[in-house]
Write a protein that binds this ligand. Structure first.
Ligand SMILES: C[S@@+](CC[C@H](N)C(=O)[O-])C[C@H]1O[C@@H](n2cnc3c(N)ncnc32)[C@H](O)[C@@H]1O
Length: 260
């Protein structure tokens, strides 16, 4: 398998203060953070995503994904995806195709399929709307309560998003409504240094230690090794009062991490 470095049909401008490069500690790729797209060839990218959808639909990867125990018999009222990244890249093209396949498989209405990435420009938002997604405008940083059966997808996203999501939904006792596809929580915990663990992953770590999360790793058999790698399907059980009392609200201070 190989990586998928390509982008086309667009102009980028660097957003203020966040134009550094960051290496995922769980992959060998370099990700350009928060480079903002100024304009995009919407029709061209629409076609590319549709053909990516056809290709992905025929792949062994998607077949084995839908056979995973955690999602095989599921139904979802809504789907949320945060952090797709720049829409002109092969990575987001196939990740968007993945969302479209899931949307179709579970017959989730466009009004209930939400996407958000703070780096998206107007053309990227228009492209996503044309594809049948509802583009969110507010940056909640995943501090949202999910009271419906929800599939939440955070493809290679900042740890803080998962940490916030878990904090809010443990606190409101809605966490069993969520199925989360994100970087493997156990791998994140293994690979994060002590200081970042305490600062950025306090809730994730508590949930893992209390054995409240079940992980189904997604086997990455796709032709590119940097699009669906290190992802797991996570399901959660609600913690008892003792767990909730010990859980503290995340406070990232002004740590200059990947979260926008
Ligand atoms: C490492 S990139 C991942 C991009 C792509 N999904 C991938 O797999 O390469 C992390 C993404 O998270 C996005 N992000 C950062 N803060 C966010 C927030 N508050 N809400 C949603 N997405 C956010 C960034 O803009 C970036 O596109």
């Amino acid at each position: 398998m190989s990586g998928s470095k390509e982008s086309d049909g667009f102009t980028v401008v660097k957003s203020k203060g966040r134009n550094r490069k960051s290496k995922h500690n769980n992959t060998n790729r370099t990700t350009i953070l928060a480079e903002k797209c100024e304009s995009l060839d919407i029709e061209l990218n629409l076609k590319k995503i549709q053909s990516a959808q056809e290709e992905l639909n025929q792949s062994e990867f998607i077949k084995s994904f839908f056979e995973l125990e955690a999602i095989k018999e599921c139904s979802f009222e809504e789907m949320y995806c945060f952090g797709l990244g720049q829409m002109n890249t092969i990575i987001s093209r196939f990740q968007t195709a993945f969302l479209l396949i899931i949307k179709e498989r579970y017959s989730i209405d466009s009004k209930q399929c939400f996407v958000y990435d703070p780096v998206h420009c107007q053309d990227e938002k228009s492209l996503l709307e044309k594809l049948g997604f509802t583009v969110l405008e507010e940056n909640t940083k995943c501090k949202q309560i999910f009271s419906k059966k929800s599939l939440i997808i955070l493809p290679h996203c900042p740890k803080e998003l998962t940490n916030n999501l878990l904090y809010e939904n443990y606190k409101s006792k809605t966490v069993t409504n969520i199925i989360l596809i994100s970087n493997s929580i156990s791998n994140v915990i293994l690979r994060t240094n002590k200081e970042d663990l305490e600062k950025l992953c306090n809730v994730m770590q508590g949930v893992e230690n209390a054995e409240l999360v079940k992980e189904n790793p997604i086997k990455n058999s796709f032709k590119f090794d940097d699009i669906f790698n290190d992802l797991s399907v996570h399901t959660f059980v609600q913690g008892d009062e003792d767990f909730l009392n010990k859980m503290s609200e995340p406070d990232y201070g002004d740590s200059d991490k990947e979260l926008i």
